[in-house]
Design a protein around this ligand. Sequence first.
Ligand code: TYM
Length: 328
Amino acid sequence: MADRILTGIKPTGQLTLGNYIGVLKRLPQMMDRGECIFFIADLHALTLPIDPQVLRQNTIDLASFYLAAGLDPERVTLFLQSSVSEHAELNAIMQNYLYMGELSRMTQFKDKVSKMNESAIGLGLFAYPVLMACDIVLYDAAIIPVGEDQVQHVEITRDLVNRFNNRYGKILKMPNYELRKVGARIMSLSDPTVKMSKSDPKGDIFLKDDMKTVRKKIMSAVTDLGCEVKYDPENKPGISNLLTIYAALKDISIEDAEKEFVGKRYGEFKTVVADTVVAELEPFQKRYQEIVETKAYEKVLRDGAVKAKAMAKPTLERVQEAVGLLKI
Ligand code: TYM
């Protein structure tokens, strides 16, 4: 059987250039490497408060972004997490095999709750990695392309697989994460010491930004002292981030990117980076618009859910049997 390659994206906030570079842009190449299973993690979107109308719109956007990135619906399974009830059913079992201690050490959880009122932290936010582990093991996925911030969640999935298999035999498949060599962690343009996330309008390039705004954000990106365009994340985080964006979009190494800017001033360098981002996002947005207008995502998601269910059901049944749930 070909390796299964699986990833998901949460429809919260607006998707950024970080999501695009870290994951979306890589997905079409995956179609030649194995059986592709990509989904919209809409249940995960409920782990923080979100307006229902916003969630619906984000979901449509995300489905359209996946397709606009160049996925062929005939060759990938694309679906909504909430359309395949096996995710939630497996979650009800697996929540007993990950422990509170390890869940409370998750960096993403700690980051999120540090900004929240403790009495209003939902159980779902705490248990987030359990559902994510279920997303992965449900499809016997081997390769999980993600950005750097999701590595810890894939690692805890590996812990779960070990724990479960030690107890019940070889029931679950062991997944591996796969990071991009260049661009696994795109940083904010306004503060290049923090990750570009979905929540900072100045530091993030949103995939729906108009091209004038994109240029403006790049031209006003925070840079560093000195005038050399050099990759040095510690002393030159701003320039290093822009070099990473450039190299990732051109699919070249950081060293090759650096060579192109020897002797160039920051202003010239930023203009080239802005041109490159615009050249990537402009056609992408056109494809996105067409997909939204024709609602091409509807049939894709509907068919995808049927295909996904057919893959997920046997795994769920295998697990149910292993733990001793009686099938009558
Ligand atoms: P999410 O929606 O936060 O992000 C989607 C993907 O984008 C990557 N990413 C980045 N990559 C590079 N630079 C950045 N600044 C950047 N910001 C985000 C993320 O690492 C991610 O790969 N928990 C997941 C969704 C999920 C999932 C799964 C992923 C649910 N189930 C199963 C893989 C497998 C999340 O919230 O991603």
